[in-house]
Design a protein around this ligand. Structure first.
Ligand SMILES: *[C@@H]1O[C@H](CO)[C@@H](O)[C@H](O)[C@H]1NC(C)=O
Ligand SMILES: *[C@@H]1O[C@H](CO)[C@@H](O)[C@H](O)[C@H]1NC(C)=O
Length: 464
């Protein structure tokens, strides 16, 4: 029995190696960015690469990437770029090592993520803009006044130059995915690609997927009040204040202009007092990690009957990525910073760019035939599903796209994975039931089902 199983396993690994071997065969030597093995990593049959691509020679701006090939059939599976938001947070630490990458740090080593997105695609994680994670610039003035426009341009140059190193992926079907503030990064990058393609066809862009994205800041931020209220985080009277005297978009707008009015200050302190700092706003049902900021306050109920997810994964990722042996294996360097951080503290981003609406860019992409999926982890109060759903619905109406799939449930693992609605077969909205702002972290299986359907252009499972 045992030997039979291991033979099958060995054969499977052989096939996997063959697949990736073919992909590498075109270059005479292994790519210098190829990762031999990450410290504590279980054996796998796919290749990984990481390193730097210079995006501005004069200023010495270099972006760090981590690329994992698909587990099976990497030579035919699509290429997917994943971006985290912030602005200023790392796609390596959050996306790859906490959400949808092949491994998660655990104690001294790494454990496999059974629902890694590289089951369905070759996934490229990019730390962007410079100043985030291992990405750097020689001149620290490059960290000042970084905007959406600069970020999109650097991301475009990154991909152009990355294709020079990985030419076998150039013509592959390309999808861009991301979450949160990547609701800005992704459509803005896609728009530049479409413009670039008009001069020289380079990007075989097929679709974009956006998780709990900022698409129109007033709609997105103001849906928070109702979310707090309906989930019992604030009282009836505070809800009234938060929707009349000072709403959240007004507060944020004043805050970023350094001009918080007395009334907004009063309303916000009332809201904060009621919601409390002991609830994770990115997942109102998730326990918070006690080992980090809250170590003094024992407020968490110890038992939970459902399968435990590691709420302290951020700490583990920080520890892992700050190990010298890990940095060496990743070909990563710390330039101008002492430690790798989840979210940058040297980047000075133009935060008022949050007010730039990107839902209209999403509309123009649809007109170019690009498939769009907007999905929402339904336990997130930061960018709640209700704002995203109404923005998608409004866009469909504006583009005169009829509902091709009426609002209905979809299934994963014999349970309702969430709800979905599709417009004109190009624009879809889906919720992921029980998922946080970082949906693939808290609902990995459901997220993978959604991701697979999106890539294949198929409707979400209608039955279990
Ligand atoms: C939020 O407040 C601003 C400024 O008072 C106002 O213009 C806007 O209509 C409000 N939005 C909502 C959804 O209440
Ligand atoms: C969308 O629905 C409307 C109303 O049912 C119909 O008149 C129109 O032809 C439909 N448009 C498309 C593109 O199918």
């Amino acid at each position: 029995m045992k030997s039979e199983a291991s033979t099958v396993e060995e054969m499977a690994i052989l096939l996997l190696l063959l697949c990736c071997f073919l992909a590498v065969k075109s270059s005479p030597m292994p790519h210098p960015d190829m990762i031999t093995q990450l410290p504590g990593q279980p054996q796998v049959g796919f290749q990984q690469f990481s390193g730097y691509v210079t995006v501005d020679d004069k200023k010495g701006k270099a972006l760090f990437y981590y690329f994992v090939e698909a587990e099976i059939d990497c030579a035919s599976k699509p290429l997917v770029l994943w971006l985290n938001g912030g602005p200023g947070c790392s796609s390596l630490g959050v996306g790859a090592f906490s959400e949808n990458g092949p491994f998660r740090p655990n104690g001294q080593g790494l454990v496999r993520n059974e629902h890694s997105w590289n089951r369905e695609a070759n996934v490229l994680y990019l730390e962007t803009p410079v100043g985030v994670g291992f990405s750097f610039a020689d001149d620290s003035s490059s960290y000042d006044a970084v905007s959406d426009a600069i970020t999109a341009r650097d991301n475009l140059v990154f991909l152009q130059r990355w294709f020079l190193q990985f030419p076998q992926y150039r013509d592959r079907n390309l999808f861009i995915t991301g979450e949160s503030y990547a609701g800005h990064y992704v459509p803005q990058l896609a728009e530049l690609m479409i413009q670039f393609n008009k001069k020289e066809k380079l990007f075989n862009l097929k679709g974009i997927a956006l998780g709990n994205p900022v698409l129109e800041y007033a709609t997105d931020l103001n849906s928070r009040a109702e979310y707090f209220w309906s989930h019992g985080l604030i009282s009836d009277s505070t809800y009234k204040l938060f929707t009349s005297f000072c709403n959240y978009s007004r507060y944020v707008s004043e805050y970023y202009r350094d001009a918080v009015s007395p009334i907004c200050s009063k309303v916000m302190s009332q809201v904060s007092r009621e919601t409390s700092r002991f609830v994770d706003k990115y997942d109102v049902t998730l326990d918070v990690c006690i080992s980090s900021v809250l170590s003094q306050s024992r407020i968490i109920s110890p038992q939970q009957n459902a399968e435990r997810i590691d709420v302290c994964i951020e700490d583990e990722t920080v520890n892992y990525l700050n190990r010298q042996d890990v940095q060496k294996a990743l070909h990563a360097r710390l330039v101008g910073v002492r430690r790798w951080l989840v979210c940058s503290d040297i980047l000075d981003y133009q935060l008022l760019d949050i007010e730039i609406p990107t839902i209209s860019i999403v509309g123009s992409l649809i007109k170019e035939g690009i498939t769009v999926l907007v999905y929402s982890g339904d336990q997130d109060s930061v960018i709640p599903l209700t704002g995203s759903r109404s923005l998608v619905h409004g866009l469909a109406k504006q583009l005169r796209l009829n509902a091709t799939t009426p609002y209905r449930v979809w299934f994963a693992g014999q349970q309702v994975g969430g709800w979905t609605q599709v417009y004109g077969n190009l624009l879809s909205f889906a919720t992921i039931r029980g998922a946080s702002h970082e949906a693939p972290f808290s609902q990995p299986e459901r997220s993978l089902v959604l991701f697979k359907s999106f890539l294949e252009g198929r409707p979400l499972p209608e039955v279990f």
